[in-house]
Design a protein around this ligand. Structure first.
Ligand SMILES: Nc1nc2c(ncn2[C@@H]2O[C@H](COP(=O)(O)OP(=O)(O)OP(=O)(O)O)[C@@H](O)[C@H]2O)c(=O)[nH]1
Ligand SMILES: [Zn+2]
Length: 340
């Protein structure tokens, strides 16, 4: 994603939006403090953020008699940005079905993406597994897959590469796709081939008991895979917003869906676009996992791994340890990063 240039007019608009945002945050803090001042807060307990509704968030109780029940919660003023999947400390408030969040518990993992100013913002937390989806259609680009993999590696979560729409695998496509998948398997990535429409293979085993997200290019079948796992998802979303009186404003922020086999799915447009933005050089190098044993071995400390004599990465390519395509892909991404 390219860095946006901000015009004067946009600048004014942004200032106004920021002022409004601050006003809203203050109002929200005041509301939370009111609830606190009202006393009658229940015991502190663990909960999980499962959705956002404007200034409020939906919290699922994780302990006590109300385990599994959902509460509309305000946040205390000093809390950092909370995202779906976050585990928090919260207290039930006097009004039934409401509460106040007082603390964020440590995150096992976090998915981030840049806001319009380029600042990285969390979008979902405590993910265990990323399913990177590709399909025969739209034709996958190895380089785009590289980009997603780099973004996944930056979270510390090694993704599973899922080739969906296996039913569209024709004889003329099979060779190229087989080679593509084998190339990534050789790097150490787990791969699966299945079909959201039909034989879903071990899709359920891949998600059982874990908190998962689907990422990948538009049209590869992420929604279809979600629907295959949760046929009644539309009703669930509806039940969540009406049942808990959280209002009409279902937002585009990430939502949490419990899976019948245990575990959960977190989904949002922001997560689906995960991985297509800009990454720095460090992240790039770190994201090419097979480069790792050779990093720091080049003759020159500041080796760009291009024409330099004694480049350990180029030597590894010559010796067949690194796929030439991957080093070329790194070079293109590094160039893109340099020309910003
Ligand atoms: N033949 C076949 N078609 C599929 C399969 N999975 C999804 N599709 C079709 O592929 C198209 C795109 O599927 P979606 O699930 O909307 O894809 P998506 O990745 O969610 O797309 P975005 O919402 O744009 O990110 C739809 O027409 C689906 O019906 C499959 O396993 N086989
Ligand atoms: Zn080098």
């Amino acid at each position: 994603m390219s860095q946006r240039r901000i015009s004067r007019q946009q600048g004014f608009r942004i200032e106004r939006i920021q002022a409004e945002r601050i006003a809203r945050a203050e109002k929200r803090a005041a509301k939370a403090e009111d609830l606190l001042a009202g006393g009658a807060l229940g015991d502190e307990q663990r909960g999980r953020i499962i959705a956002h509704y404007g200034v409020q968030v939906a919290v699922e109780a994780l302990e006590g008699e109300q385990t599994g029940q959902r509460f509309r919660c305000h946040r205390r003023a000093n809390l950092e940005h909370l995202v779906t999947g976050d585990e928090v400390v919260w207290q039930p408030a006097a009004e039934a079905g409401t509460g106040v969040i007082s603390a964020l518990l440590p995150r096992r993992s976090v998915l981030v993406r840049p806001d319009p100013y380029g600042k990285l913002k969390p979008v979902a937390a405590n993910i265990d597994r990323i399913l990177l989806v590709i399909a025969p259609e739209p034709t996958p680009s190895a380089e785009l897959i590289d980009r997603y993999l780099i973004a996944c590696e930056a979270t510390g979560i090694r993704p599973v590469l899922v080739l969906n729409k296996a039913d569209l695998m024709t004889a003329d496509r099979a060779a190229a796709l087989g080679e593509l998948m084998a190339g990534f398997a050789a790097l150490g990535y787990e791969t699966r081939t299945l079909s959201a429409h039909g034989d879903t293979g071990d899709l359920r085993a891949l998600v059982a008991g874990l908190t998962v997200v689907f990422v990948g290019q538009s049209g590869v079948g992420k929604s279809s895979l979600v629907n295959a796992l949760l046929p009644d998802v539309a009703q669930k979303v509806h039940a969540l917003s009406s049942g808990s009186k959280l209002g009409q404003h279902t937002t585009t922020t990430a939502c949490w869906f419990d899976l019948p086999e245990g575990g959960a799915l977190i989904d949002s447009p922001g997560i689906r676009e995960f991985g297509v933005w800009h990454m720095d050089r460090e992240q790039l190098l770190d994201g090419f996992i097979e480069f790792r044993p050779w990093l720091g071995q080049c003759r020159f400390r500041n080796c760009a791994h291009r024409q330099e004599p004694g480049c350990a990465l180029r030597l590894a390519v010559d010796e067949g340890h690194i796929q030439p395509r991957r080093l070329a892909s790194f070079q293109r991404l590094a160039e893109e990063q340099e020309t910003r």
